[in-house]
Design a protein around this ligand. Structure first.
Ligand code: SF4
Length: 249
């Protein structure tokens, strides 16, 4: 007979495993760097908080959240490897080393910060923007930025175009790397099926994004929070780490 408080050993083992994943995640958490991030260019107010180094909300780690995040990174790496092997399979596709591309094109505003697996961390000095690029390919003689996104099965099956929340991210990459076309590959988390969409970035879109970043920088210089955007809602703010300080929703 087990004591009331006691769990069978396999249950206890699993509880400890889950808790250990969460402890490790909490211990490895770092404040984001005080730079603009293409993936966070949806809300100027949250960009402001990040660049001034505001304390993000304390959220308890969840082993499921950690698992989803790690699975996404693993899938990314496998797809990147598969893209890099297309040439060996006889396709007209070359996976371009992002660091070499930056050096060859003499993109002097960009610093190569580090290589993380197949991703290259870059920093754009003028815009104070740091970013990881999933990859650049030369496919059938033309250069494209490749951006990979994993998503839930429901989102995947209804996907018919690039998600609006990814427009600024693609535009930021285009702005920094001087490539007009971004191939988005959306990957279903459940069965790893894939869909692709082309996103063409125009001069007007790049100019609009620069103006958006510059406006945010003006608020930073004035030490004044940008106003709460009219789009603010439970859905819009769902993944924001600055809800407590913002009080927008
Ligand atoms: S809570 Fe919403 S409005 Fe406030 S900073 Fe976050 S995303 Fe922006």
């Amino acid at each position: 007979m087990l004591d009331k408080q006691e769990q069978p050993v396999e249950q206890e083992f699993l509880s400890d495993l889950k808790r250990s994943i969460e402890i490790q995640d909490e211990e490895n958490r770092r404040l984001p760097s005080k730079t603009f991030k293409p993936s966070g260019m949806k809300c100027m107010r949250s960009m402001y908080y990040q660049v001034i180094g505001a304390e993000p909300d304390k959220e308890n780690s969840s082993y499921i959240g950690v698992g989803i995040c790690n699975a996404g990174s693993d899938i990314h790496e496998r797809i990147q490897t598969a893209i890099s092997q297309m040439k060996d399979s006889g396709m007209q596709c070359e996976y371009i080393d992002v660091g070499e591309y930056v050096r060859d094109r003499n993109l002097t505003e960009i610093q190569i910060v580090s290589n993380q697996g197949m991703e290259t961390k870059l920093y754009h000095e003028r815009l104070n923007m740091s970013f990881l690029c999933d990859g650049i390919v030369r496919y059938k003689g033309k250069y494209y930025i490749v951006e990979l996104k994993t998503e839930t099965v429901n989102k995947f099956w209804s996907r018919k175009e690039v998600a609006q929340e990814h427009y600024n991210q693609a535009t930021a990459y285009s702005l920094a790397l001087g490539i007009d076309d971004v191939i988005f590959i959306y990957i279903c988390r459940d069965n790893l099926d894939m869909k692709s969409f082309m996103f063409h970035v125009t001069d007007e879109m790049r100019a609009k994004l620069v103006a958006f970043i510059n406006e945010c920088q003006e608020y930073i210089d004035m030490e004044t929070e940008p106003p709460i955007p009219k789009e603010a809602s439970a859905k819009f703010c769902q993944y924001c780490s600055y809800k407590s300080i913002c009080k927008g929703v």
